[in-house]
Design a protein around this ligand. Structure first.
Ligand code: MD3
Ligand code: FE
Length: 211
């Protein structure tokens, strides 16, 4: 008997090992350049000011940030350097065109760095105006345990392992599902020069035609 409540939300696509080693290394070099121009920092939670354990930066015309007083939002500049985010590398635009199934290009790429012992609590990504656009996730480096549930925090969760080179596409119902990163397996890859795991999420922020 099918267990519908245990199925992944519709619109969830996991493409294990989608990126060749060569493409992973090329994207990793692009991330090193992005971090040189836009250093990693630790955003603070709205209201409490508690810092995220994950370090973040962005590339693209907009970047996702959070701080105590302003909350979650997209803005065109790095919150610490004030400089515009570096451009999206061509390899990421190519990837979006291959897997997103969405005509308009991504505007933002959030770069998350997970060191040993860091995690990302369960949340929904709802700061984008264009919720019809998919989110495309790229995993680089250490293997991680990821979970995804449903539109309510209490919905049953599925856990999956994400390895280096895996792609996840979140469209449809999956776009509005709670999800998070439970843990990484430190030292399971040597791709990331700082160690740990990099996750890139390609996002559309505004509806097509509005930039
Ligand atoms: C987006 N990142 O950056 S990516 C995030 O591994 C985030 O760094 C995790 O959640 C990470 O917001 C997971 C894959 C993912 C999975 C489900 C989603 C991104 C999603 C559902 C809706 C929107
Ligand atoms: Fe998320």
């Amino acid at each position: 008997m099918p267990r519908d409540n245990a199925a992944f939300p519709s619109g969830f696509r996991h493409l294990p090992g989608y990126l060749s080693k060569k493409r992973q290394a090329s994207l990793m070099r692009a991330v090193v350049d992005i971090v040189a121009a836009a250093p990693f920092y630790r955003p603070a939670m709205p209201r409490t000011g508690k810092p995220f354990s994950v370090r973040m930066t962005n590339c693209g015309s907009l970047g996702w940030i959070s701080d105590r007083t302003g909350g979650y939002r997209y803005q065109p500049n790095h919150p610490q350097t004030g400089k515009p985010w570096p451009a999206l590398p061509a390899g990421l635009l190519d990837l979006w065109m291959e897997v997103a199934g969405y005509a308009a290009p991504p505007q933002a790429c959030l770069v998350n760095h997970y060191e040993a012992g860091t995690r990302l609590g369960s949340h929904i990504d709802a700061d984008e105006q264009d919720m019809a656009a998919p989110v495309v996730s790229v995993s680089l480096g250490d293997t991680a345990v990821f979970h995804i549930g449903g539109p309510r925090r209490a919905d049953p969760k599925q856990r999956i392992t994400l390895g280096s080179g895996d792609i996840v596409v979140l469209a449809g119902d999956a776009r509005l599902a709670y999800h998070g990163l439970d843990r990484i397996h430190p030292g399971s890859s040597d791709l990331v020069p700082w160690g740990g795991r990099i996750n890139l999420t390609l996002r559309r922020v505004t509806p097509p035609g509005l930039g």
